[in-house]
Design a protein around this ligand. Structure first.
Ligand code: NAD
Length: 499
């Protein structure tokens, strides 16, 4: 009998009743290792009811006591980081050291959440008018929800839930049905840290559960991270039902390689950013734009060398640079994009298809792939591949190179590799993309800054974590007060001014 993953509702493990399940594969072997219950609309409603019941007490608890729960949550995550990383790798397929990074990035956001009382303080003006004071407060919204993708099952739930809960909201987390075990553990550890029952509910499921969240009148805000078409659907449906929605989507991040860069370092950086986690990162760097023929030739030559020497292995192999992709369907999709690139006329100088790992022949492994002479008109360039595939586009000038990320449908991240500060500064200021790296291949902002892309990489206008996250998960109320002594004059029919 396969292990069964259920729901965490009202602080208790609740067995799914839908009779519908999703298979959880071991990407190293292709075998089913567990199954996850897929919630019905009623089960989602049950979780929302529990969160709703937990809201008054949690939102009224003083902020530093909520923060203390976050401090303890952080301690427990740190104490369990190895167990969490192994669990994460077993379902996702990324190597254990990389999974530890995924958990650590989550811990960083919990650490940020420990200081949220400071950001939730309102503003105060004494004497805004005669005897009149004005103050504002940031209040939690109520029951809120997060819908997360498979590729960062520790970090992304923490982006959302840690910030929302520290602000006083109660939360419904609907993790990816491909790797739900770590999100379930996060729920259990938060309970252990002292969060009252119902503050964080983890409901597993698919579109049925997502639609139940998006249309339920009690849910005040929804944060989503996943692919762009679904992000757009979540944004449109959630806002049509009166909710505040932020919906992060796909990506196609470009790295501009300037002739004056430190080429050896740039190749080292990009080989990790393109192929790490088998390319399944929204901040991966799958497009390198080289400026000038000499730069392009040198980059491709060095990159083929570097990529060819990568070790692809099972997720528990401490020497492997990256592991399998998440599913057989995803492997087939990535390989179909590689074929598309070939058919479109790009030069496949390194072909990673057909990789079979001895003893793990049914695992979802793809070797590193490198395309040269990719053109911006090609479909395989325009779309997100989300696999170990690096596409090199040749440009003649920085202007031509910088126009590519600016004009692409996605605008999550990008990077420039150069030793020219003025060129880098100009690029960072002008590029039509939300997060920029200067000699940094994966410019994921630290937790007290904020994460979010532009164009089809994000729908809605508020980013994840940092002060922006606090703004998303709270609403502001402004109070104008006076305490007059006796009568203060006649009725007023004109709009009051403070003179
Ligand atoms: P996905 O869109 O398939 O799934 C994301 C979530 O949406 C899951 O919880 C899933 O159950 C749900 N979902 C799937 N189909 C749905 C439907 N038809 N209706 C309603 N809900 C549905 O994404 P994924 O494959 O899990 O994750 C990879 C994608 O996420 C990539 O496109 C990647 O770029 C993106 N991503 C973006 C960011 C970012 O911050 N911009 C971060 C990580 C991942």
């Amino acid at each position: 009998m396969a292990r069964e993953i259920n729901h965490l509702i009202g602080g208790k493990s609740v067995t799914g009743k839908s009779g519908r399940f999703g298979d959880i594969y071991n990407p190293n072997t292709g075998e089913v290792q567990a199954r996850v219950a897929l919630a019905t609309r009623d089960e989602v409603s049950q979780a929302i009811m529990n969160a709703s019941e937990a809201f008054p007490a949690w939102s009224m608890m003083n902020p530093q006591r909520r923060a203390r729960v976050m401090f303890e949550f952080k301690r427990l995550l740190e104490a369990n980081i190895n167990e969490l990383a192994e669990l994460l790798s077993a379902e996702h397929g990324k190597v254990v050291a990389d999974s530890r990074g995924d958990v650590q990035r989550g811990i960083d956001v919990v650490e940020f959440a420990c200081g949220i009382p400071h950001l939730q303080k309102g503003e105060y003006t004494e004497g805004a008018g005669p005897g009149i004071d004005v103050y504002s407060m940031r209040q939690p919204l109520g029951v809120v929800a997060g819908i997360t993708p498979f590729n960062f099952p520790a970090m992304i739930p923490c982006w959302m839930a840690a910030v929302a809960i520290a602000c006083g909201n109660t939360f419904i987390l609907k993790p990816s049905e491909k790797d739900p075990s770590v999100p379930m553990r996060l729920g259990e550890l938060l309970l252990e840290a002292g969060a009252p029952e119902g503050v964080l509910n983890v409901v597993n499921g698919d579109k049925v559960a997502v639609d139940a969240i998006l249309t339920h009148p009690e849910v005040r805000a929804v944060s989503f991270v996943g692919s762009s078409d679904i992000a757009q659907y979540v944004y449109a449906t959630g806002t049509a039902h009166g909710k505040r929605v932020q919906a992060m989507g796909g990506a196609k991040n470009h790295g501009i390689i300037m002739p004056d860069c430190n080429m050896e370092q740039a190749v080292k950086d990009i080989v990790g950013a393109a192929y790490g986690s088998a390319g399944e990162r929204c901040m991966a760097l799958p497009v390198a734009v080289t400026v000038g023929k000499k730069t392009g030739d040198e980059f491709v030559e060095r990159m083929v060398d570097a990529a060819r020497n990568l070790k692809v292995g099972v997720s528990t192999d401490a020497d492997a640079h990256y592991g399998p992709v998440v599913s057989a369907a995803h492997k087939a999709k990535v390989e179909s994009y590689i074929q598309m690139g070939v058919d479109e006329g790009a030069d496949l100088v390194l072909d990673g298809r057909g990789l079979k790992l001895q003893g793990n022949e049914n695992g979802y492994f793809i070797g590193p792939n490198l395309f040269d002479n990719v053109k911006p008109t090609m479909q395989s360039y325009k779309e997100e591949i989300f696999g170990p595939v690096l596409q090199v586009v040749r440009a003649e000038t920085l202007e031509e190179a910088a126009a590519l990320p600016s004009n692409h449908q996605y605008g999550n991240g990008c990077a420039i590799f150069t030793s020219n500060g003025r060129a880098a500064r100009e690029f960072a200021a002008q590029v039509n993309v939300g997060m920029v790296g200067v000699n940094v291949p994966i410019p994921v902002p630290v937790s007290y800054h904020t994460f979010g892309g532009w164009k089809r990489s994000a729908f809605g206008d508020t980013n994840q974590h940092g002060p922006e996250g606090v703004r998303f998960w709270t609403k502001i109320k402004t109070v104008t007060q006076r305490w007059p002594e006796g009568d203060i004059g006649d009725q007023a029919f004109i709009i009051p001014t403070m003179g």
